[in-house]
Ligand binder design. Structure first.
Ligand code: SF4
Length: 347
């Protein structure tokens, strides 16, 4: 019969209590925790400072829900998409975006298998929500992509963005737990300034994040600067309209040191007009925010067209002329379906 306790789901205190109740000496809990989180070992057999009997006992009482690399694809532009298999056979994707000239190696991780939101331009949303990822399944995406990054570029990952499959704020507890493991000096010890959560916009949870963690950057997938258009693309806007989101972000800007940005996919003649730019400028007035305009990547079955370069540039200029920091990002990894909104376990 399968052992039922996922050892990676335990806090350090719970792990310590469990091991003591099994007869382990107290200091063993730290050794086991170090193996799991510092060295990211995913087999009890590799915990070589434990006796054979102790390792045997651990494997009888616990299991380690490791994720394994199923496949990876390399884009013409260097972006790498990874498909990982979860212990129950479900698949998720992560993306490595290397920017050599800036020495920046960013991993985009998934927070859910699939997604319950139904943003109309997104391939993941069409899968529905299969399940929440555990904290360790999020953590392990970082670990495995970091190993690849070290092997290929001799560099560690520099940034992590929660922008893959799923809505991170709807898997709040596990996402925050993964972040506390990633930023711990008993783990990779990442700075929270290097971490960005991207959200479709859940006002209540944005405020909670401001209260619970003071330093993570927050990216709002805005994509339209009035409610009518935003609802059409993102049904979540019905219950979390722009006014409530602006209140939540104002709260975030006052209570967290994390930076705020808007992600804005440009769709031809839909959200790239002068009137749209004017609305966007208004949404930049209450707190400091940078805007990233993203080129749209066509998704099968979606009727939006991508904006032309000329239209994007004049839209960006109108916003920039108001003193707002705005960048126009070329999409990366389009040829392997690794770009924004394209993650849906295709290969
Ligand atoms: S854009 Fe994000 S929140 Fe929206 S459906 Fe896709 S994965 Fe979910």
């Amino acid at each position: 019969m399968r052992n039922t306790t996922d050892i990676l789901s335990l806090t350090d205190e719970q792990l310590s209590e469990s091991l003591i109740s099994l007869g382990f000496q107290k200091y063993r809990a730290k050794q086991v925790s170090d193996w799991l989180w510092k060295h990211a070992v995913r087999s009890f057999d590799l915990m070589t400072n434990l006796s054979k009997e102790n390792r045997q006992l651990l494997s009888e009482k616990f299991f380690i829900p490791a994720i394994t690399l199923d496949t990876h694809q390399i884009s013409m532009d260097g972006t790498v998409k990874f498909r990982f298999k979860l212990h129950d056979g479900k698949m998720i994707e992560s993306v490595l975006i290397p920017v050599d000239e800036k020495d920046r190696y960013t991993v985009c991780v998934s927070s859910q298998a699939g997604c319950s939101l139904t943003c109309s331009f997104c391939a993941t949303g069409k899968m529905g929500l299969l399940r929440q990822l555990t904290a360790s399944e999020i953590f392990d995406q970082y670990v495995l992509v970091n190993q690849y990054c070290l092997e290929r570029y001799e560099k560690k990952l520099s940034n992590i963005v929660f922008m893959g499959m799923g809505e991170p704020l709807l898997n709040y507890k596990n996402v925050l737990h993964s972040i506390s493991r990633l930023t711990s000096d008993k783990g990779p010890n990442l700075s929270s300034r290097r971490i960005t959560i991207s959200t479709a916009g859940i006002s209540k949870m944005i405020k909670k994040l401001a209260d619970d963690n003071k330093g993570i950057n927050l990216a709002l997938s805005l994509h339209a600067a009035n409610d009518e258009k935003r609802v059409e693309m993102m049904p979540i806007n019905e219950s979390n309209n722009l006014s409530s989101l602006m209140d939540a972000l104002t709260y975030y800007s006052k209570n967290s040191s994390g930076k705020i940005s808007y992600e804005y996919i440009a769709f031809e003649h839909f959200n790239d007009t002068a009137a749209d730019a004017k609305n966007l400028i208004r949404l930049c007035s209450r707190f400091h925010v940078t805007v990233n305009i993203i080129e749209y990547n066509p998704v099968k079955g979606v009727e939006y067209e991508k904006s032309s370069e000329d239209r994007i540039n004049s839209f960006a200029k109108q916003v920039r002329d108001h003193g707002i920091m705005i960048t126009v990002r070329k999409s990366r990894g389009k040829d392997i379906d690794a770009a924004c909104g394209q993650l849906a376990n295709k290969s």
